[in-house]
Each structure stands twice: as C-alpha cells, then as structure tokens.
Write a protein that binds this ligand. Structure first.
Ligand SMILES: [Ca+2]
Ligand SMILES: [Ca+2]
Length: 1185
C-alpha cells in the first residue's frame, strides 16, 4: 500500500535517516550463484546522467509575492515572500529539488538533501507537472516528495516506458477521490490496477508533524509489494523511462497567494533492471553534485551512471543482455527466469562442452539442444559422432574426460579429439554402411575382419573391393601346411608351409627334399644326396633317389658303378721315380710299408721309391692330366735332410688354346711359372706346397711340368729323395665345398682332409670321414667316376675290371703294387709270371743290393759269395757276416784235417792236440807238434795255465793256487804274516784253480762243507772279497724260454753272508724259475748224497699255483730230460728253508709223475749239470715281489 506521510522531522532524526539510506547505496554487494542479486538502488535524480527534470510551472519568471507557509502545532502561519528567478536568494527552480550537501560522518562522506531550498510553481496554477526523464529504462521502486507547501489536495503519479509517448497512472492521491478522480477505484489488490487514496489531506492529524514545515508523500511499490515486486512482469510493469507527478490541485482550495505547489526535495529511486541476475550496472560515471574525488574508489562502480544513454547490467547466473534478460548462448538448458526469492534461477549449461556455440531450449524435450555441433559431433548435446566417426573411448578433452589415460602416440588420432574417424576400408566394408558410433567397428564384408575391415579373416586372403565377400579362401595343402591348417598370408595367399615344403599352397617339396607326406612333420624328407656325387643335390620319388653324376650309383650317389672309381684327393699324383730328369735318373727303391703303421715313419712314400735329386737338377713330369679347369695346389713329396731353396715349377699346357677360368681368360700358349718355393728338412717324409698364394687355374687337359731344384743348404753334393708330384684341386672351386648347404662343420672337415691329403701319409686320411668327403669332392672334380685301369697280369685273376671305388686301387697279386697293379713291389721279381711277384730275399750281407733279376730272381753277390740269394761263401772261404764278401781260409795243411775253415771265424779244423786258428801249434795241455798231431801232457785242464799248460817235455804248468803233477791239488799256503792259509774247491771257476779260505779275517782255515751249494754261495757271493758280482741266478720263463729280470739284495753278515734274489716283475707269467749260473753247473758228481739247500719266501700265499710237473728241476747234458721233485709245502711269506737230498730216492725223471732214476742215472745227471731250476712263483696273483 502506498502511503503519504506528513511529518515534521527533528534534525537529528533526519540525519540518521539519510545516513541509513546512503549506506544502502554504497554497500558492496556480491552475487551468489544460487541467490538472486540486484544492483544497488540509487536516486535517479542524483546518480544517473542524462536524466532531465522538468516542471510545467515554476515561479519567478516574473517576480511575484506569495505566502510562505510555516507549520504550527494547531495552525499554520504564513509570511509574504518574493519569488524572483533573477534573485538567487529567492529563486525556486527544479534544481532545488535535488540539491544536496555533503557531510562527514565518522570519517566518511555522505550527502543529505537541502530542505531549505525548494522548487515552487506559479501561484494559483493547477495541474502542474514534475517530470524526470531517465534516458533509459530503469526499474522504478520508490519516490518521495517532501513538500514545502501544503500537500496537494489531488495528485497522481504516472510513468512512461516509451520515453514519454504513453503514460500509465501508477497511483492517485486526493482529499476527495470521487471528486478529483472520478472512476478511479479507491482500493486494489493488483499491482497493475492503480487506485486513489484519500488519506492525506490538509489538517489530517495523523500526518501533521507539529513544528516542521515538511509534509511528505511516499509512493513505494517495491516496499509495498515485497517479493512480489521482483516478479518479472511486475518489474517490467514498473520499468520506466519517465516518471511524472501530476499536481492536480493545490492544498489551499482558494486561489490566493497561498495557493501554489512547493517541493523541497524529490527522490526517485530504483535500480537497473537486471532481473535478479546482476549486482552491478555499468555506465559512465558522471555525477553533477558529488565531488568524485572524495568518493572512495571501491564505491564508484556501484554508482549507476549513464553511458550513451544505456545501462548495462553486469550479468551473472549465465545470463546476458543489457538487462540479463536472456541466457547466454550455451546456457539455455532451461527456460530463462528472473532471479527471485531464494532462487537465483540461473541459466543452465546445455552441456555442449565446446562442441557448439549455442543451444536452444526445447519445450517438448525440456532441455536445451546444442546448435551447430562441430568437430564431427552430433546430437542434442553434441554427444554423438556423425556417421563414419566413433567416440574416442578415452577422450581427454574438457567436459567429458572420464579420467582414463590416453596416449597420442598410441591412438589413431589425438586423444583430445572426441570423435575419431572410423577410417573404414573402402575395400573391405559393406557398401553404404556406417561404422559403430561407439567402438568404431566398420561393417565388414563376409570374409573380412578388423575394426576398419581392412584385413582378411584367418584362412582368407586377397582383399579386393570387387569381391563381394572381400577376401577369398586360402588354398593351403593339408599335406604340406604346417599343422595341416588353412592359414595363409592374408596379402599374398602364401600358406604356412612345413620346413621342407614350398609353393603358395605348400604342395611341393623344397629343393633337396622329397616325398611330401602328411605324416611327416617337416613335410618332405631331406635328400641324402652326396654333395659331389649328385648333380644338384636334388632327389625324387618315394625313395628319394638322387640324380647322379656319370658312373655313380646308389640312392645317394655315393657309390660307383661296377668297374669305376673316384680318385682320391691326391689322385692327381705322379711318381718321381717314373719321371725323367736332365741327367741319368737315379732311382732308389724302398719297401712299401703300411701307411697305417704310424709308428713306422722312416720310409713313407708312394710308388716303388724315389728319384734322387741333386742341386741344379730339373725333373720332368710329362702328360700330367688335369681333369677339369679350376685352381690346383701343387705339392712335392720328398725326404730331405737340408733346406732346398729357389725351387721353381713351370707348367706348360699341351693344348695351346685359351681357356676361361672364373670368368678370366687365360692364354694357353704360355707356361705358368709358379713363384719360387722351398723344401724344408723332413727326413721321414714331407710335402712342400707350391703356388698356395697364387694358386694357378689350370685348364682341363694335359700338361708338362718341370721342377727345377737350385741349391741345397747341404752343399753341392747333397741329395734329396723326391717321391712324387701331387696336384690338389682347390676347395674354393669345388661346389660340394662352397655350397651354402654344406654345413660349416663339414667344411672344416673337408679343409682338414684336404690338408692331410697334401701332407701325404697322414693317418687322418684313412678315417671314414675323410674317405667319404674325398669321394664327394673328387666326384665333382671328375664329374662322376672313371674306369678302373687294372693290369691283367698284376691283378688277381678275374678281377681286372674291378677296383677300389675310392682311389681306384686294383686288387693286386701278392708282391705286386701300383694302383693298377703294374709293378712288383721293391725287391720282388717275376711280375710277368702272372702269379704275382716273389721276394728276392737277397742276403743283405752277401748281396750288392736287395733287388734281383726281375725274371730269374738272381741276386747280385759280393766277392767270394755264392748262392742265388748270395747267402753262402764259396768253398774254403769264410766271413760272409763281414758284409764285405768272403775271405779265403788259411789252414796249415801239415796240421789241419782239410782246407775248409769255420764260416764265421775262419778257424781251421786241426789234427788232435793241435790248436790255433790256422792249426800251426799245439793246443794248451799238449806238446810235441807232429803231422800226426800233439801229445797230451795229462794235466787237469782246470788247473793248468792257459798259455800252453805244459812245457815241451810234457810237464804240467799249474795255476797259482794249484799244485800236483796234474795240477789238481789245492795246496796249503802261508800268508805274509806267516799264517797258514788253506785252499779248497778246485775247479774251473777260479783263475787260481783253488779257492782261498775266507773266514772274515778270523781264520784262514776252512774245510769244504757238506753242501756244495752252500759252500759255493758263501764264497762266490761275498761282495767284499771278490769285488764284482759273479754270474748269479737268473729269472727264467719256461714258457717262452726267455730271461726274466731279478734283483738282488746283499745281506752282509759275518755268520751268514748271502744274496737274496727277487723276482722284479713277473707280470702275469706263471712258469717263472730261478735258474742256476754256470757256477752250479758242470760235473757235480761230488754232490751226490749231499743236500741242495735254499730258502724261499713269497709276498702272498693266496691263489696257490700247483704245477703237476714239479718245482725243482736239474738238467744235464748227459740226459734228455731233467730230474724233478716237488716242494713238500709251498713257500710262506716268511723265509721257508728247503733241503733236498741229491739222491735218487728224492727225484723223478722228467716230471714228478715220472719214474725214479737209478743210481747210475743220478750220477750221470750230476756229472754234467746244465742248469738247476727252482720254481719262483707259487701263486696265480699277477704281481709278486
Ligand atoms: Ca531542496
Ligand atoms: Ca714315389
């Protein structure tokens, strides 16, 4: 409800009122997002530019008197006053309606109206109009008029919102509404139905303020309507460009000097119309009455100014427009509404997320629809992708980022792009189809797959746009495909073949394999073709038969046809002994030896021997056949003790035509000269390689080769044994070696075998591996196998068409050698007999040489040597063993039986008693040389001196310690100290004839003991007495009749000096015996009835050996078999003594199974003992010490 208030304010009250009003103006406001907000309410008269204030009547244009009112408690009083526009003190223009003064309150500056100035109309004029023109539309909220005159009896307030073209009434005031404003209602409950109030009129006690001249009229629709006021249509109703007050009838009814309108102050307040969406309204600030320098800067923007007649709301809540009357383009997700009450009614984001510039609210859908979606988006919210695009699942742009990670490098398009092109293959996609908007999957043809439909499905290939199904099915062979599947290369259609299978559909065996088989995991079986033996390493058929070079057989081409052979690697060899030289060739033959016998390295060579080469010799090899054009290395096999330098080799082709080798034309009319080379010492045979660095390429055909030997470090008389010339085909030119199919290990073996072939006689060559590899290499060089060349005469009958398939060696008759069996081996003869060759067997001592006449086999004898083998001296000659022939015998025929002499010594056969080699003197013990011989002196031969034994009278001459007429008595002697020394043991074993007693210096007396054996041992084995060790017992192996070593350990003892014999190394022999030395042999008849005494021990008694023949044997030259006996017990590990009586009761003849000898037989045995043998081993354990 509007009200008219008549008050008479006290000063202080007025001050407070203004203070409050101004604080409202300058208070800083903010606009919260969920609350409506408004610009500050200001006084339009003071605070906006370009407003104009007009009055239809103003006094003073012509000075006139009037009565100024002064209010009283009960009655007003008047004072006559002048209104004169020309007099500043008495003018009352409209400016006076809004003049203000500035005051400081608590340090701040505020304004307040000046009530002592006022506008006043001309006396008695009625229907005066006061009007403010705002220049723009503002929201009018309140107007207050403070009258200096009596309030009018009738007035009305009008507004225009079209700059004065039309006005509508807002409110009426009248003392008598019915009289003043007939037809206007006096009450209303509607904001847009103005009514008339009769409340305020002159004398109304309620509105009279005693003591104050001011009567106020306040019309405040904003205050009266409350929140209703802020409804859109209400605010629009009160929006105004002009506001005018029609003062219809003055407060004094009588037309006199008190009848006028006077207004001390007029405020028209309001705000920019921003519909609750702005807290600020802009415009150029230009205030007439305020000293802006004094206005705090932070408050200036709150003061609404005018800028080119336009007010601009600073819109919030996503609104825009001068009055925030519309939503921003992208915030039309709901209908625009004014902010009101507790609700901001802010405009809502449509959610276009930058893909559109605007959206439009759709009444039916109830939300905003984005307009003009960009970046390939579509949809109300631009949330979908247009055809042929799909949504980036991990979009990283603003608004729709789901937080997933996305890397540009891995994405088909930038991660910040919302829609990605599907990129469907034109070829593989169904025509006219679109891809899945969600995942980008294109619609593929039947046999096509992939998101873009750019790939054939498994087991399909060849994507073509012309193919309605896209791709065609693979045609893989189930037999040859890996895993028997139908997978093929999706582009080429190439199937996945098993290892040894090829072809687009895997239907063929690879080269070098055969027999495509579904059950074979590799598909085909690798050919086992010999590299060189087969033409190309390929095979065919179920058996995998290889394609062989000529004259080769076998599934793998690794055998030769019957009658053919493949030469060895060094098969191109020419024997030096068969070559010629520049002088008479000297050839030496040597026996071939078994080349496999690696221990015998002294005579390794081929053929029948060597050529003997001297410095400056030239050796000519003619008709050397080169099997095919390629490079070769040359080797000279030889025996040499010195270094031979500057050896040159020249090869002259017999065919003078040019030939091509490795693409190079080589002239055939010039010899090839190899760089000079050397031969190093190799006494047991060696091979020197020539041309290894500049290996010559030789053309197929015949060559003549000259080897020139210049100098030897052994001097001009040195000789070299040249065995042969060998040409080895270089491996680099043999495909069986160079082929990429040849494993590296095989190449290494080939290289090794090649080197062994060059070096000659290397046992490595005869290994199976080298044989096989050489066959392979040479089968290529010779393009297959060549015919066997066997001499009928030299080969075993009916074998001359056969030979060793490796090397071509024919099967030779005994004693025949040569690859073709064309010659006798060294020192054999009789080749032409057809029965092989026979050894010459020339006696090496009696023959000039070991070779013999090739026909007769006659050897060439040395002087005085006879016999076809030269193995005997002529009659009456001797000494063939000297190696210098035989020497004539020189026999004194007066005393010789005949002219012949001993073959070895030349000793003539003398008449009885005659001695000397030539039979020209009496023998020892004889005298009186006659043509009948010499006479015996009758001496004991063991006792006489060696030179003669008796004098010319027949008197015996005894040895030093022998006496007696026949020199057979051991004498008594005396020492230098006069002591008596006895001698004993007459016999041939002593140089002195008898033995002096040895009693360790304690006595010189002794007697011969009862056991001769013991006596002999004591005397003969005494190391200190005789110095050297006498002939002693030896070890003897009865099975082989050979000596076995024994050792001895001397035991020096006064009472029992002796030697212990040890068997050193009996090995596994079983018939080991100790055998007596000569000392125990001879005539031992004096031992008859005595004891044979000895001691034995052995290191082990396990595994006893019992010999049924016996343990002790005595041999005699007077018996054809020994006598034997057995030990009662075998020896223990400690010394075991044995005593066996030399009596017939204890012995058997031959073995212990034989008969007992008679007494006569026993003595005969002892009369000529040749050896006593005692078993030394009584166990089968192999090692005994
Ligand atoms: Ca004033
Ligand atoms: Ca030779």
């Amino acid at each position: 409800m509007a009200a008219i208030i008549q008050r008479s304010f006290m000063w202080c009250y007025f001050t407070l009122l203004l203070l409050s009003a101004i604080i409202k103006v300058t208070q800083t406001q903010t606009c919260r997002w969920n609350r409506p907000c408004y610009p500050p309410t200001v006084d339009f008269l003071q605070n906006i530019d370009n407003r104009t204030i007009t009055a239809s009547s103003t006094c003073g244009d012509q000075a006139a008197n009037y009565d100024l009112r002064f209010a009283g408690d009960f009655q007003d009083t008047y004072q006559s006053t002048m209104c004169d526009a020309a007099d500043p003190d008495n003018s009352h223009t409209t400016v006076m309606l809004y003049d203000f003064s500035t005051h400081e309150v608590f340090g701040n500056f505020y304004t307040r109206p000046r009530l002592d100035t006022w506008w006043q109309s001309v006396n008695t004029e009625q229907d005066v109009t006061l009007m403010v023109t705002l220049g723009d539309s503002f929201l009018f909220q309140e107007t207050i008029l403070s009258f200096r005159s009596v309030r009018p009896l009738a007035m009305k307030i009008e507004k225009s919102n079209d700059f004065g073209q039309t006005y509508v009434p807002l409110h009426y005031y009248a003392q008598d509404c019915g009289a003043s404003f007939p037809g206007v209602t006096t009450s209303s409950n509607s904001y847009n139905l103005p009514f008339c109030e009769q409340k305020y009129y002159y004398g109304d006690a309620e509105t009279t303020v005693p003591g104050n001249d001011i009567q106020m009229v306040e019309y405040s629709p904003a205050g009266d309507l409350g929140q209703t006021f802020y409804q859109k249509f209400v605010m629009e109703y009160f929006s105004s460009t002009n506001l005018r007050v029609m003062l219809v009838k003055t407060g004094m009814a009588a037309p006199d000097t008190r009848s006028y309108f006077a207004v001390a102050d007029w405020t028209v307040t309001g705000q920019c119309l921003c519909y609750g969406h702005a807290v600020e309204c802009t415009g150029r600030v230009e205030h007439k009455s305020l000293n802006m320098a004094q206005v705090p800067s932070q408050q200036k923007h709150l003061i609404i100014g005018r800028n080119q007649n336009q007010a601009e709301c600073v819109c919030q809540h996503n609104t825009q427009g001068a009055s925030c009357r519309e939503c921003k383009p992208l915030f039309n997700n709901r209908r625009w509404m004014e902010g009101r009450g507790n609700n901001a009614n802010a405009c809502e984001d449509c959610g276009c997320d930058g893909f559109a510039s605007m959206c439009v609210y759709d009444e039916v859908k109830g939300y905003g629809v984005c307009q003009g979606c960009r970046e390939n988006t579509v949809g109300d919210k631009c949330e979908m992708c247009i055809d042929h695009y799909y949504r980036n699942p991990n979009y990283t742009g603003p608004g729709r980022n789901d937080g997933n990670t996305c890397e540009d490098a891995l994405a088909p398009e930038p991660c910040s792009r919302y829609c990605w092109s599907c990129g469907c293959s034109r070829t593989g996609t169904v025509r006219g189809s679109v891809c899945n908007e969600t995942d980008g999957q294109c619609e593929c043809k039947t046999h096509v797959t992939g998101r873009k439909c750019d790939e054939c499905k498994d087991t399909y290939y060849n994507l073509q746009s012309s193919n309605p199904a896209g791709c065609q099915e693979c045609q893989c062979s189930i037999v040859g495909s890996l895993g028997s599947t139908n997978f093929c290369d999706k582009s080429s259609g190439q199937c996945i073949c098993k290892t040894n299978v090829m072809g687009d559909t895997c239907n063929m065996c690879k080269d070098g394999t055969y027999n495509l088989d579904v059950n074979n995991p590799d598909g085909c079986t690798v050919c086992e073709c010999d590299k060189g033996g087969s033409i190309n390493g390929q095979c065919s058929g179920l058996e995998g038969a290889c394609d062989c070079r000529p004259n080769l057989d076998g599934r793998s081409c690794n055998t030769t046809s019957a009658g053919f052979y493949v030469p060895k690697l060094d098969g191109i060899s020419y024997e030096a002994e068969m070559a010629t030289n520049n002088r008479d060739a000297v050839v030496t033959e040597e026996d071939l030896i078994d080349l496999d016998d690696s221990d015998n390295v002294t005579s390794r060579h081929t053929g029948s021997g060597f050529m003997v080469v001297s410095p400056s010799d030239e050796v000519y090899f003619t008709n050397v056949r080169i099997p095919r054009t390629q490079r070769y290395s040359l080797f000279l096999r030889h025996k040499s003790k010195a270094i031979w330098n500057t050896i040159t080799i020249s090869l002259t082709p017999q065919n003078t035509a040019d030939y091509t080798c490795n693409g190079i034309t080589i002239p055939g009319n010039a010899p090839i000269n190899l760089p000079t080379g050397s031969i190093l010492p190799a006494e047991n045979g060696g091979a020197a390689e020539f041309g290894s660095d500049t290996t010559p390429c030789l053309g197929e055909g015949l060559y003549d080769i000259t080897v020139t030997f210049a100098t030897s470090s052994g001097g001009s008389t040195d000789t070299l044994l040249l065995d042969s010339l060998v040409l080895l085909p270089r491996l680099d030119d043999i495909e069986a070696y160079t082929s990429v199919d040849t494993p590296a290990a095989t190449k290494e073996d080939m290289t090794e075998c090649w080197g062994a072939a060059g070096a000659a006689y290397d046992p490595l060559r005869d290994t199976v591996n080298c044989t096989k590899l050489e066959f392979s290499l040479m089968a290529e060089v010779y393009n297959g196998a060549i015919s066997c060349l066997c001499e009928v005469v030299g080969t075993v009958p009916n074998t001359n068409t056969e030979c060793d398939s490796h090397g071509g060696q024919c099967l030779c008759q005994p004693g025949v050698i040569g690859k073709s069996c064309d010659t006798c081996m060294a020192n054999h003869y009789g080749y032409d007999t057809g029965n092989g060759c026979t050894a010459c067997n020339c006696d090496p001592l009696g023959s000039e040489r070991l070779s013999c006449n090739q026909t007769s086999g006659e050897c060439d004898c040395k002087i005085h040597v006879i016999g076809s083998k030269c193995d005997a001296c002529r009659p009456e000659h001797y000494g063939i063993a000297s190696g210098n022939g035989c020497t004539p015998c020189i026999c004194n025929m007066d005393y010789s039986e005949h002219k012949d002499c001993a073959n070895d010594s030349g000793q003539c056969v003398c008449k009885p008693g005659v001695g000397g080699m030539n039979c020209n003197q009496c023998a020892s013990g004889y005298y009186n040389l006659t043509t009948s011989g010499c006479t015996s002196c009758g001496c004991n031969f063991d006792g006489i001196t060696e030179d003669g034994g008796c004098d010319d009278n027949g008197q015996c001459v005894c040895r030093e310690d022998v006496t007696g007429e026949q020199c057979d008595v051991c004498p008594q002697r005396f020492s230098q100290q006069g002591e008596e020394i006895l001698t004993y043991g007459f016999g041939p074993w002593s140089e002195r004839g008898c033995i002096r007693c040895y009693c360790s210096s304690h006595s010189y007396n002794c007697t011969q003991a009862t056991g001769w054996l013991e006596a002999s041992v004591v005397s003969r084995f005494s190391l200190t007495n005789f110095g050297a060790v006498s002939p002693r017992w030896t070890g003897y192996d009865l099975d082989t009749n050979t000596t076995v070593a024994v050792g001895d350990v001397p035991v020096l003892s006064v009472t029992d000096p002796r030697i212990i014999l040890e068997l050193i190394d009996p090995s596994n022999l079983t018939s080991i015996f100790f055998k007596s030395p000569d000392l125990y042999n001879g005539d031992k008849r004096t031992s008859y009835g005595q004891m044979l005494t000895f001691v034995l021990s052995q290191s082990t008694t396990s595994d006893p050996l019992i010999d049924p023949d016996g343990d002790v044997f005595i041999y005699s030259r007077f018996a054809t078999e020994p006598i034997a006996t057995a030990l009662p017990t075998p020896p223990g590990t400690d010394a075991t003594p044995y005593n066996i009586k030399l009596h017939e009761n204890y012995w058997k003849k031959g073995t212990i199974a034989g008969a007992q000898p008679t007494t006569q037989e026993m003595i005969h045995i002892l009369a000529g003992i040749t050896s006593i043998q005692i078993r030394a081993k009584y166990t089968t354990v192999s090692i005994i010490y």
